[in-house]
Design a protein around this ligand. Sequence first.
Ligand code: PTJ
Length: 260
Amino acid sequence: MEWHIPRSHPRYYSIIIRERLVKAFHEGIVVPQGLIAHGRGEAFDYILGETSHEFALEAERAAVALILLAKKPIISVNGNYASLASHEIVELSLETNAIIEVNLFYRTEDRIAKIEDLLRKAGAKNILGVNCEKTLIPGLESPRGIVCKDGIYSADVVLVAIEDGDRTQALKRIKKKVIAIDLNPFSRTAQSADITIVDEAIRATKNMVKIARELKGLDRRLLEQIVNSYDNRRILMDAFKTIRARLEEASSKGFILEAP
Ligand code: PTJ
């Protein structure tokens, strides 16, 4: 059933995004657990004021530089990320020559095919899914650890979004550089990634597309400077400080000026 959401609703955008996920759930792209994960993300985004803070933009810039420097960068896509940001993912992949790999926590071949199809319709050219040669990431129980041999398994840099913490840690163990988009800075993913983007996945990916257009003509040395001067601990500290400052403001006044 399709609901009519009036444009005048103060939370119009947020409700439209929910509708997108619910539709994707009915189509078998998003799992029910993905709807729960989205709610958790929304709560953090609400606290953060639903905006891309400076710490997120800095992480996004370093992430794009790292992707542009990589030999084989992969954008790992799950049900939530695909249904939220298929067009932005494709644009990022085209701007940076990154390969898209559909990689699922609740893995079925049927879901992989549907997500692949969704991304192809959005214009994806370089995509791995159902038809790749498979192998296993050590330390992740099958079938969650199944990846493409020519994709994540042989990548040097992997971007994950809206992911569980296990996968990031397993990728780190096999020496991948991991970039994670995760609104929850407390999460295991956020804590164990090399570059943690504490930002909403659609906003983050849009920002990264813009940044890629700016950075892709740059000399490698300048890209290396961006990556080498990046400090993920400081970025995480800034994210926590922002949460604290917003909670302090709210708890001292009983309201917050920039309420979403
Ligand atoms: O499609 P599948 O089978 O691969 O399953 C995907 C889910 C999302 C179900 C799976 O990866 C999962 O269970 O994830 P978690 O452990 O719930 O973690 C999701 C993390 O992403 C949480 O820390 C959320 O706060 C965060 N998150 C949720 N929505 C967004 C988000 N971060 C950025 N942007 C969002 N839109």
